[in-house]
Design a protein around this ligand. Structure first.
Ligand code: NAG
Ligand code: NAG
Ligand code: NAG
Ligand code: NAG
Length: 423
């Protein structure tokens, strides 16, 4: 604890000394360029994507964008951003619909925040009709038919509700809009929730979804990093305090704003600070400094501070403690009332009917090899992939699926290739 404190103070002091007047140019092509006078260096320029909302980013890169809303059965109004076609579409006719779903503490921005290398743009340029979903509680999905985001009840959800309500509503919306089975691509929690959806509503999913492509599937918690394990082990003690302090809104908006200013101050000025600020993330996602892109790092660095609910983390810690993929544990008495059993029921993976494709990375400490192979083995025969695709880079980590410097040759080229055989 003392060491942490001293470290923090030293870190703060160094930042204070080194911080210079903010420069106009916020990104540079190499890490070395960051140490030069950025406003005069030709390798540096201003990239506004960090601050712009998703539709503005999409427009800025020269793509068409539409905003749609899907209302969940329990009243959350979710925003979907659509890129109906790409830059080389002469017909401007939308191709096959693809719903792309982000992960935990994130939102759809992660699919458009690395310029030309963004999955959203690549899919659009390949002729897909791209729909970017946003979970409840995130910046773009905070409205509700009768609750305010200041109500405790608004934040009374975990990824179970995201799966059975948010995924259901968004899949349903796109499917109806296009009157066609959709391709679903999920990353991390976007795969957890898709799995909950498709095992809870197997028939509905079968009628609406052609395939679930799961990037870094997160279903079982086997093999997670010690850092995450310790965090989740402590959560039963921390969670109730967080609940009381925030009404269930994990990273309250006001908190995250002051937070953001502070983080920017601490993390932005120089590359060693940018790298240092990633240590906590890397402890849970896997260490890989090789795939950090200096040119997009300032845009993506603080992206993972989207709002979530305390209950989401509580549910995660329960999964880890039980080792099972199951519903929220309310305690024996409440479980009996809600589920008719003392233990929360497990999600019945054997009911799944939609084909699934799994992609994993070697150095992913969140979606680990062990956990994904266990998931693969739990899938019914007819939905199983022929095999799990493993990204050909030893250090590829969890966040590299969206931000790696070489994400296109390492992952997206294969993804596009795989998808072209589907439609
Ligand atoms: C569209 O352009 C991109 C890059 O400019 C290219 O990779 C892709 O194959 C093109 N897509 C189609 C459908 O022509
Ligand atoms: C919520 O609704 C208000 C009023 O209709 C609108 O101005 C706002 O943009 C909406 N927010 C989101 C996140 O959709
Ligand atoms: C949250 O929802 C559960 C079940 O859906 C309910 O039992 C509980 O009372 C709710 N809690 C709050 C704080 O609204
Ligand atoms: C995944 O499941 C398939 C089908 O049962 C099996 O052939 C394959 O070996 C499994 N892959 C791994 C890596 O466990």
């Amino acid at each position: 604890m003392k060491l942490l404190l001293v470290g923090g103070v030293v870190f703060l002091a160094i930042s204070l000394i080194l911080i210079k007047q903010s420069t106009k140019n916020n990104v540079c092509k190499t890490f070395e360029d960051y140490y030069t006078d950025r406003d005069r260096n030709e390798n540096c320029y201003h990239n506004p994507d960090d601050e712009l909302p998703v539709p503005e980013v999409i427009k800025r890169w020269g793509y068409p964008v539409e905003t749609h809303h899907a209302i969940t059965e329990d009243g959350y109004i979710l925003t979907l951003f659509r890129i109906p076609y790409g830059q080389n579409s002469s017909s401007k006719q939308p191709g096959h619909p693809v719903l792309v779903q982000h992960g935990y503490k994130s939102n759809s921005k992660c699919f458009v925040s690395t310029g030309k290398k963004s999955l959203g743009f690549i899919l659009a340029d390949q002729g897909y009709d791209v729909w970017l979903g946003n979970f409840r509680g995130t910046t773009y999905s905070r409205n509700h038919t009768h609750l305010s985001d200041r109500d405790e009840q608004f934040w009374n959800y975990s990824f179970h509700e995201i799966g059975v309500y948010d995924i259901a509503a968004q899949v349903d919306y796109v499917n109806r809009f296009r009157n066609q089975k959709i391709i679903y691509i999920g990353f991390s929690l976007g795969t957890t929730t898709a799995t909950i959806y498709s095992s809870t509503y197997p028939e509905i999913a079968e009628n609406k979804v052609k395939i679930f492509i799961k990037l870094a599937p997160f279903i079982f918690t086997n093999g997670m990093s010690l850092f995450t394990l310790v965090g989740l082990k402590l959560w039963p003690y921390v969670g109730p305090i967080a609940q009381a302090l925030t009404d269930g809104q994990y990273y309250t908006k006001s908190f995250s704003y002051t937070n953001e200013a502070l983080w920017k101050f601490l993390c932005y000025p120089y590359p060693f600070q940018m790298k240092m600020c990633q240590i906590l993330d890397m402890w849970s996602f896997g260490f890989n400094y090789e795939q950090i892109d200096p040119e997009t790092l300032p845009v993506t660095l603080l992206h993972l501070i989207e709002t979530s609910s305390v209950k989401t983390v509580t549910h995660l810690s329960q999964l880890m403690n039980s080792g099972r993929f199951q519903r929220f544990d309310y305690g024996t008495k409440e479980n009996l009332k809600l589920y008719g059993s003392a233990e929360p029921p497990q999600y019945d993976l054997s009911k799944m009917r939609v084909p699934t494709y799994l992609i994993r990375a070697n150095n992913d400490l969140t979606s680990t090899r062990e956990s994904i192979e266990r998931f693969n083995a739990s899938l019914p025969e007819h939905v199983k992939p022929h095999d799990i695709y493993v990204i050909n880079h030893e250090k590829f980590n969890h966040m590299d699926f969206v931000w790696a410097k070489d994400v296109v040759p390492l992952l997206y080229d294969h993804l596009i290739d795989f998808m072209s055989n589907l439609v």
